[in-house]
Unconditional design. Sequence first.
Length: 354
Amino acid sequence: MSHLGKAEQADIAEPADTAESTCSVDVHTHIFCWGENPEEGYLSENTRKAWKTRFVLRFSGILKEPGETISEKMRNRLIRHIQTSGLDYAVVLAQDAVYHEDGSRNDPDTHFYVSNDHVFNLARDCSQVLPGCSINPIRSDALKELERCRAAGARLVKLHTAIQGVDPSRAEFDPFYKLANELGVVLMFHTGWEHSCKVVSQQFTDPLKLERPLDHGGPVIAAHCGSCAWYDKEQYYPRFVEMMNRYENLFGDTAIMASMNRGFSLRRMRREEEWLKRRILHGSDYPFPTAHLPFLFRTGLFPSERKNPLDLDLRVKRSFKFGPGYAGQVLKLLGVEPSSPVPQPPLSTPGARE
């Protein structure tokens, strides 16, 4: 099944000698909030107390960053890494809450939240940031929020299937998918098993469930390409490949695929046919770290990019030669002209809650 014309598909797949082929964009980065201002974003109390969280805070150097709060320190580190990297742009993703079936917000079961206004503020403060909003289509005002985010400058919306409890195949989400297509908003779905946070269902991450949003015809990004850790009970990558064969409007990003437990996924994808690799987009999953050791023969022992995690991740993945537009073609999907300034979102209403 094909939803993009052949000429358009070729235009996206062959960006040689275009601005898209010379720009570098990370389509998948995260910002976290500790919770000093819950309207802005937060990690749940259980998440903050988890040993993994405490370990990261202690040994990552975040606490040494400038800023009066942990959230400010994380924000300042992200902006510093973006501004000192070789990237032209980075899409910074928000993270919507979990919602009850009646559309009301379910705060007790929300363990990771970042408001859309927070990423808009980041984009206002750093011209290299492209705001990636997050809208749970279960929420009662999902369509209104989608229109608001697009009017504010967002060109991409992520749905975290596992953490937010979103089954992409639900028919009641059709109005949301339809509106996103009409507004020219790219939809990104988490695919592949989730390990960083408590999940509602791992089965929602199956790439086969993307059939319904893909049938609406707009571009869809399968974050992580359905990759799973080597020890997971199921492997969804083959289903991602199946869907790539069926839908020309499906793309994948390489976020987290240079980690210790998923590094084999890059090698496997490198063996795919050229047409598939040309629809792979660069994503890091920052601040989750890139594993350097498994890729020493590709990067060398002391690559210059090791000083910046965003640069190191791009160096590793470019070595797999996914295509001339690997790091830049997402600009075409998002409708961003590299030579033009990114539209800045209007100031948010103080105290507004999503």
